[in-house]
Ligand binder design. Sequence first.
Ligand SMILES: NC(=O)c1ccc[n+]([C@@H]2O[C@H](COP(=O)([O-])OP(=O)(O)OC[C@H]3O[C@@H](n4cnc5c(N)ncnc54)[C@H](O)[C@@H]3O)[C@@H](O)[C@H]2O)c1
Length: 248
Amino acid sequence: MGNRLENKVAIVAASTRGIGRATAELFAKEGAKVVVSGRNEELGVKLVESIKADGGEAMFVRTDVTVPEDMENLVAKTVEQYGTIDILVNNAGGGNSQNFVDYTVKDWNDINDLNGLSVFLGVKNVLPIMMKNGSGSIVNVTSTCVHKATWGSTIYAYAKAGVIAMTKFLATEFAEYGIRVNCVSPGVVNTDIHKEYSAEILNAMIEDIPMKRMGEPIELAYPILFMASDEASYCSGRVLDANGAWAL
Ligand SMILES: NC(=O)c1ccc[n+]([C@@H]2O[C@H](COP(=O)([O-])OP(=O)(O)OC[C@H]3O[C@@H](n4cnc5c(N)ncnc54)[C@H](O)[C@@H]3O)[C@@H](O)[C@H]2O)c1
């Protein structure tokens, strides 16, 4: 156990699997009180049990990040249990990959809601608390696909580019309240998000990465920890890439 987040209260939005889960586990090991959230109650409760068994502190709040009432509830339950919020990680994201002409308006709305609206709702709900505290750290998870066009992720890339723009504007507007807002940008990471890719597409992406491998979720959790922690106290409005030297 470390102490880089000692006495901090951290919400990790969408943290029952993948990068979010690795981040929640790492934050707890570093002393944070962690709020695990997601749609799958069984996975969330199990993760909280496992964090507690390892000596950490956590709670689960069932949340669909695209539902405004759920995001309000996530913040309210956190404050009720732990009294405040110091860190918000907006980790939710994804989107179906397909030929551009086959996308529907529903796809457009769903992908933008998951990647963009979720960040808007998370930030909007925590800001009043962080502004009152005069401090706070928000980390938004974007994607290397913003700089590296691959097949089939056009709407997803559009939404993730919006997350970077939102991050810069928020960092500028809320610096005077002691609030930092940054992005962490994964490349290709070994999680369920690639389930729908064929081995051929996935291997072609890996071949294109100078390190010739996918990242592991923990290799994203550490950059997120850095940006979330006081160690990054002079960093705001920035994007920290963790992608095996891809898309330079
Ligand atoms: N894995 C990669 O290669 C990669 C690359 C670039 C960016 N990212 C980004 O990293 C973040 C984490 O992705 P991951 O790879 O861990 O994927 P993942 O699919 O393993 O995890 C995504 C999580 O989001 C949750 N989620 C999806 N819709 C939700 C909703 N409406 N409400 C609440 N939770 C919801 C899922 O249940 C899951 O727990 C995402 O923002 C993703 O876009 C991942």
